[in-house]
Design a protein around this ligand. Structure first.
Ligand SMILES: Nc1ncnc2c1ncn2[C@@H]1O[C@H](COP(=O)(O)OP(=O)(O)OP(=O)(O)O)[C@@H](O)[C@H]1O
Length: 272
C-alpha cells in the first residue's frame, strides 16, 4: 500500500497562497547568510535548489520566524508576521529538516499537535481527513513515532503540518536519507498537496527528481539566487550544474538584485 490515498487529497486550502519576498536578509548573529533576496512563490510547487551551505534552510527558517529577518515578506496582500505562532496562524507551516517529531508520543498524538491552534472539533475533523489521505498512518495511529523508520516519520511530519490546514507548506529536504522508493512517494505527496490547493515551497537536494514534480525552481548559491524559471527549463539548462560546481559566480556578473539575476539566468536558460 502507498502512503497516500490514490485520489486527490481532501485537505487542500480554499485558496492557494502567493508569497512575495523583497530584499530579505537573514543570518546567525553577525553572520549574514542571505543577502537581499527577492523571490515570488506562486500557487503550485516551487523547489529551491543549491549546493550545501547555500542558505536554503536559512531561507525557510527566516520565513518561518525561527531566525530574525530584515526586508519584506507578504503572504497574498498581508505582510507576514515575524513570530512563528502568528505565521502558523496566517497559514504557513514548515516541515523542518530532521522532522522533529515527538518520539515518545504516538502518531495520532503527533498529528493532533499539528492542529494545536484550532478548536477541538475542527481538530478532530482534520485528523479524520489526514487519516483518509494517509491510510497507512491510520494503521499506525497508536505506534510511538520514535519507533518508526525515517521515511515513515517523514510522512507523519508532513501529515502533521497539514493539520494546520496551511495555505503555504514549506518542506526542508523531505527526502534526506530516505530510500529511493520513499523519496519518489514523498515527492509525489508534495505534488498532490500542491494540486489540492496548498502552495508548496520545497528545499531539495535531489535535483532531478525534484524538478520532475515541481512547477518552478530557484537556484541558490552563497546566499543569493542565481537562477529561476520553469522546472522543465531549469532541468535542461546548465545553470544548476554550474551552481553545484561553483562556476556560476564566475560565468555570471553580479547583477544589482537577485530578481535581475533570476531573470537573466532564465533568459539564458531559454536561449540555451
Ligand atoms: N545555527 C547556525 N548558526 C550559525 N551558522 C549557521 C547555522 N545554521 C546554518 N549556518 C550557516 O549558514 C550557512 C547556510 O546554511 P544552510 O543550512 O541555510 O544551507 P543549506 O543551503 O540549507 O545547506 P544544506 O543543504 O547543507 O542544508 C552555512 O554556512 C551554515 O554553516
Amino acid at each position: 500500500m502507498m502512503w497516500y490515498r490514490n485520489t486527490p487529497f481532501t485537505l487542500g486550502a480554499q485558496e492557494a497562497a502567493r508569497l512575495w519576498v523583497d530584499d530579505l536578509s537573514a543570518g546567525y548573529g553577525n553572520f549574514l547568510v542571505l543577502r537581499k533576496l527577492c523571490l515570488e512563490v506562486k500557487p503550485g510547487l516551487t523547489v529551491i535548489l543549491g549546493p550545501n551551505g547555500a542558505g536554503k534552510s536559512t531561507l525557510l527558517k527566516a520565513l518561518n520566524g525561527l531566525i530574525g529577518r530584515s526586508g519584506h515578506v507578504w503572504l497574498d496582500d498581508a505582510e507576514l508576521p515575524s513570530q512563528t505562532h502568528e505565521i502558523v496562524r496566517a497559514g504557513v507551516a514548515l516541515v523542518p529538516e530532521g522532522r522533529q517529531l515527538f518520539p515518545q508520543l504516538t502518531v495520532r498524538e503527533n498529528l493532533e499537535l499539528g492542529g494545536w491552534l484550532v478548536p477541538k472539533g475542527e481538530r478532530a475533523r482534520r485528523l479524520e481527513q489526514v487519516l483518509i489521505d494517509f491510510p497507512k498512518l491510520k494503521e499506525r495511529a497508536s505506534q510511538l513515532a520514535g519507533t518508526m523508520s525515517g521515511g515513515e516519520q517523514q510522512m507523519v511530519a508532513v501529515a502533521r503540518a497539514l493539520m494546520s490546514a496551511p495555505r503555504l507548506l514549506m518542506l526542508d529536504e523531505p527526502s534526506l536519507g530516505l530510500a529511493p522508493r520513499m523519496v519518489d512517494e514523498l515527492l509525489l505527496i508534495a505534488r498532490r498537496i500542491a494540486d489540492a490547493g496548498t502552495t508548496v515551497l520545497m528545499v531539495e537536494q535531489n535535483v532531478k527528481k525534484a524538478l520532475a514534480v515541481a512547477d518552478r525552481g530557484y537556484v541558490m548559491e552563497r546566499g543569493t539566487l542565481v537562477a529561476s524559471g520553469a522546472a522543465r527549463l531549469l532541468a535542461r539548462s546548465n545553470v544548476i550544474r554550474e551552481a553545484y560546481l561553483g562556476a556560476a559566480a564566475c560565468a555570471t556578473p553580479q547583477p544589482a538584485t537577485a530578481a535581475k539575476a533570476a531573470r537573466s539566468s532564465l533568459a539564458s536558460a531559454r536561449s540555451a
